[in-house]
Design a protein around this ligand. Structure first.
Ligand code: SAM
Length: 240
């Protein structure tokens, strides 16, 4: 919702669009009903409804506070673009699990290569999937989907940040070992390859600038499994 303070000091929220339609038409909310609403930026409002139409729902704020559903650990998933529904799956499950942002990128072995004139449309579609998943799972923040990013831009986006690159060829460092060496971070950048995996050179570029190459175990995971699983393990490990 959008929130504003009225002249008599009350804080009011206004809900429009699909959410108003859902409340007014589908759920048949009534004035006097109490709801919880989030502004998608991490704030949770407890609201008593005053006006309900299918176009606009308005209410008085009873309480506002930080949304407790948001993890303290901010995970950004750099995901090499996957074919068809696999990418949708990663975005939907990753949002439910608690990922904060997604960077879809193109690496040497990426199979799914949208035409450049489709990038904006793809981003919009992916953002819609994430927004729906965030609402469904009660997230207080709508994770951001970044534009399709060429590999050449990825290393500089990760420079100086705590970065884990999941590489099935990693034989010495497990995710558990990498995390045990590190005090609780506030943010983690997680990098997952495409169906054909990363080239050794791509991993080497990231490792040379300080990323940790990690194994997610002795079994090769499907590309769409690796990101959501690693994100779940990170949140479990740090209790965030
Ligand atoms: N060919 C399968 C597919 O089509 O889904 C497997 C793809 S696997 C090579 C894709 C990505 O998942 C890898 O680039 C890596 O980031 C991650 N991954 C999968 N299994 C892994 C493991 N055991 N350890 C670390 N990363 C792994």
């Amino acid at each position: 919702p959008s929130a504003l303070r009225t002249e008599d000091g009350r804080q009011q929220v206004t809900i429009t669009g699909e959410d108003a339609h859902h409340l007014g038409r589908v759920l048949r909310a009534q004035p006097g009903d109490r709801i919880k609403a989030t502004d998608g930026r991490g704030n949770l409002y407890e609201v008593v409804l005053t006006v309900v139409t299918p176009e606009t729902v308005r209410g008085d704020v009873l309480a506002v506070g930080p949304d407790q559903a948001e993890p303290a650990l901010k995970i950004t998933l750099f995901q090499s673009i996957l074919k068809g529904e696999k990418m949708d799956w990663v975005l939907q499950k990753g949002t439910e699990i608690g990922i904060t942002a997604f960077v879809p990128f193109l690496s040497a072995r990426t199979i799914a290569r949208p035409a450049p004139n489709q990038y904006a449309k793809k981003q919009e579609r992916w953002q819609n999937i994430v927004t729906a998943a965030a609402k469904q799972s009660g997230r207080g923040l709508i994770p951001k989907v970044y534009p399709v990013t060429p590999w050449s831009a990825v290393p500089s986006m990760l420079a100086g940040q705590f970065t884990l690159v999941a590489w099935e060829g990693e034989t010495t460092c497990s995710l558990r070992q990498a995390l045990s060496q590190r005090e609780q971070p506030t943010a983690v950048q997680l990098v997952i390859g495409p169906e054909g995996g990363f080239s050794p050179e791509e991993v080497a570029v990231l490792v040379a600038q300080g990323a940790l190459s990690v194994s997610l175990g002795p079994r090769i995971l499907r590309a769409e499994t690796a990101g959501p699983l690693a994100a779940g393990l990170l949140l479990f490990h740090y209790g965030a």
